[in-house]
Design a protein around this ligand. Structure first.
Ligand SMILES: *Cc1c(COP(=O)(O)O)cnc(C)c1O
Length: 360
């Protein structure tokens, strides 16, 4: 067996130990004679798995009883519509912060339901920074404020949480959840697609403050109604059982490694190393302002874009895969979520130095 270092932005690497654990249980889960995939979601075995996964996530993020944890399908993209459908109530106005490609998608979807005020935007700097909070134009009548704490494509991350004087804060944490501790109590809703830092694609998790439920707009489909999902313990209809199980194994893996404080320490060290290697060279460049560089997604360009193809080919041979940047940005992108071992970063940096020496 040979596992590469996979820098994909998502679906992304999973911890090898987690995959091995799942492999060992694949055909016969715990003497049941069947795979998790083949079991009823309402049976005792799966209910136990589901409850443990939720309890472990609550422990990792210190989520208190004011919040429901929902296990859903549809990806973060479905949440772009579910947020306004579930939160507008009798309001019509919402605030959005535009810091990149994922913010824009969320905004486009919200516009189908609400009057969207762009409270702040970094579009004029090509999304290379985060607008100064003192310049934000917040609306106190907004049903909520939505932002994207980590822009997966641009590699821009908030290292702070905005204060909104009572307007609920809704955050798309798809690509940064579980990378470090966060204060959940500052948020109305946190949501994340699983395929970056939680588990396999197909599962979406939302952490929803209970008092925000029951404000759906008319005609909200039942399967998209947070309250209905919460009242049925995320089993109003068949949930993505296998993805839920795997997410549980990932939570367990994180706990065994010391929880989110330990993850943060490693993640910061990984990111610092790679940024240092980029900044120390004239050959590589990262466009993002220093104080909002992402710990998870690090885009970089080569001095000569004609070398991109060769870089990717040679990286692939070294077992450094999926480094091609997003089509809208070009260049390279290294996504280095929890499951990317520190050796993967060391190997990438060593490769980058060698490539520069030969081609600069
Ligand atoms: C990947 C990603 C999404 C989209 O996730 P889907 O599961 O494909 O819908 C949305 N927001 C952010 C920040 C992402 O990284």
């Amino acid at each position: 067996m040979s596992r590469c270092f996979n820098f994909s932005a998502g679906p992304a690497m999973l911890p090898t130990e987690v995959l091995q654990h799942a492999q060992a249980e694949m055909l016969d889960f715990n003497g049941s004679g069947m795979s998790i995939m083949e079991m009823s979601h309402r049976g005792k075995i799966f209910m136990g798995i589901a409850e443990k996964a939720e309890a472990d996530l609550r422990e990792l993020l210190s989520i208190n009883d004011d919040y429901s944890v929902l296990f859903m399908q549809g990806g973060a993209s479905a949440q772009f519509a579910m947020i306004p459908m579930n939160l507008l109530g009798d309001k019509t106005q919402v605030d959005y912060v535009n810091t990149g490609a994922w913010s824009k998608k969320a905004i486009a979807e919200a516009k189908r339901f609400a009057d969207v005020n762009i409270a702040a935007s970094s579009e004029d700097t090509k999304f290379s920074n985060i607008p100064d909070f003192s310049d934000w134009n917040l609306n106190k009548n907004a049903a909520y404020l939505h932002y994207t704490p980590n822009e997966t494509i641009g590699g821009v991350e908030f290292h702070w949480i905005s204060e909104t004087q009572g307007v609920p804060v809704v955050a798309d944490l798809s690509s940064t959840i579980l990378s470090r501790p966060i204060d959940v109590s500052k948020f109305g809703i946190i949501y994340a697609g699983a395929q970056k830092n939680i588990g396999p694609a197909g599962l979406t998790i939302a952490i929803v403050r209970k008092d925000l439920m029951g404000k759906t707009i008319n005609n909200t489909p039942t399967v998209f109604n947070y309250k209905n999902i919460a009242d049925n313990d995320s089993m109003a209809n068949t949930p993505p059982t296998y993805a839920w199980y795997l997410a549980g194994l990932v939570f367990d893996w994180i706990k065994k490694r010391g929880g989110l404080t330990a993850m943060a320490e490693v993640n910061k060290r990984k990111a610092d190393k790679l940024y240092a290697a980029i900044d120390q060279s004239d050959f590589y460049q990262n466009p993002v302002q220093l104080d909002c560089r992402s710990w998870m997604n690090i885009p970089f360009t080569l001095a000569d874009a004609n070398l991109d193809k060769l870089f990717l080919e040679q990286a692939e041979v070294r077992g450094l895969k999926t480094l091609k940047g997003h089509r809208s940005v070009g260049g390279m992108r290294a996504s280095i979520y929890n499951a990317m071992p520190e050796e993967g970063i060391d190997e990438l940096i060593s490769f980058m130095r060698g490539f520069e020496k030969e081609n600069a």
